[in-house]
Design a protein around this ligand. Structure first.
Ligand code: NDP
Length: 234
C-alpha cells in the first residue's frame, strides 16, 4: 500500500487510541478526529462526527496535508434501551454516530482514496448478529455498519479500496468499564468467553493495524469477529 495518512475517528481514547498507537508504532502518520480533539498519540483535530459539514471540512483539511492511505471509522456510542421502551431520540442518537457518521466519513474520504487506493476499516460489533436484550439501537447500528461495509466494498473495489468491518466482542474501555467491573458480570464473562474474559483495546488495534498496512485488496466486504470466540460459543 502507498504511504500516507491514516484517519482514526474517536482516537482520543479506548480502542481508537490503541489503533492510533499501533499505527504510530508501525511508523505511520495518524490524524485522530474526536469531539475533544485531544489524545496522547498522533495528530488530533476536534470534530463531532455527527456534524456532516464538520466531517467534510476536517477530511478536506487532512487531505491538504498529504495523501490519505486509509480511514478507521471507530467513534461510537452505546445507548441502552429495549424494544418496548426505546425512545426515538435514543435510537437516532445511536444511529447518528454509529451508522450515519460511518457513511459520511467514508463518502467524504472516498475522493481522496480513489486515485491511489487504500483501506477503510469500520469498527462494528459482534452484537451485529446478536439479539442482545436492552440493546436494540446498538445492535441495529452495528448491523448497519456490516451492511454498509459490504456495499462500499463492492462499489469501490475497482478503485483499489478495501473495506472491512472489524467486529469486536467485549473490550474493556470507558464505554463499559463500570458494567464489566460488576461481580456478576465478571463471572458471566468468564463462563461465556472461551478465552477467559474481555479483550484489550490492543487486541483490536493489532488486527486493525495489520489490515491497514498489509494491503490485501482481495480481503474486502467481510466482517471479522474478534471476540474470544464468544459469538460462536454454544
Ligand atoms: P470509548 O467510549 O472508550 O471511546 C469512544 C471514542 O469516540 C472517544 O475517542 C470519543 O472521543 C469518540 N467520540 C464519541 N462521540 C463522538 C462524536 N460525536 N464525534 C467524534 N468522536 C466521538 O469507546 P470504545 O473505545 O470502547 O469504542 C470504540 C468503538 O468500538 C465504538 O464504535 C464501539 O461501538 C466499538 N466497540 C466497542 C466494544 C467494547 O467492548 N468497548 C465492543 C464492540 C465494539 P470524544 O469523547 O473526545 O469525542
Amino acid at each position: 500500500m502507498a504511504e500516507g495518512l491514516f484517519i482514526v475517528t474517536g482516537g482520543s481514547k479506548g480502542i481508537g487510541q490503541a489503533i492510533a498507537a499501533e499505527l504510530v508504532q508501525k511508523g505511520r502518520e495518524v490524524v485522530c478526529l474526536s469531539r475533544s480533539g485531544a489524545g496522547p498519540v498522533g495528530q488530533h483535530m476536534a470534530c463531532d462526527m455527527t456534524d456532516e459539514a464538520a466531517v467534510r471540512d476536517s477530511i478536506a483539511k487532512i487531505a491538504a496535508q498529504g495523501p490519505i492511505a486509509g480511514l478507521v471509522n471507530n467513534a461510537g456510542v452505546h445507548v441502552g434501551g429495549s424494544a418496548d421502551t426505546l425512545s426515538v431520540a435514543d435510537f437516532n442518537r445511536t444511529m447518528a454516530l454509529n451508522a450515519t457518521a460511518v457513511m459520511v466519513a467514508a463518502r467524504e474520504t472516498f475522493p481522496f482514496l480513489r486515485e491511489r487506493g487504500g483501506t477503510i476499516v469500520n469498527i462494528g460489533s459482534f452484537f451485529d448478529r446478536m439479539g442482545a436484550p436492552d440493546n436494540l439501537a446498538y445492535c441495529a447500528s452495528k448491523a448497519a455498519v456490516a451492511a454498509m461495509t459490504r456495499v462500499m466494498a463492492v462499489e469501490w473495489a475497482r478503485h483499489g479500496i478495501a473495506v472491512v468491518n472489524v467486529a469486536p466482542g467485549y473490550i474493556e474501555t470507558d464505554l463499559n468499564r463500570d458494567f464489566l467491573a460488576r461481580e456478576k458480570v465478571r463471572a458471566w464473562m468468564k463462563s461465556r468467553i472461551p478465552t477467559g474474559g474481555p479483550g484489550k483495546p490492543e487486541d483490536v488495534a493489532r488486527l486493525v493495524g495489520a489490515l491497514l498496512t498489509a494491503a490485501i485488496p482481495f480481503l474486502t466486504g467481510e466482517t471479522i469477529y474478534i471476540d474470544g470466540a464468544q459469538g460462536i460459543n454454544h
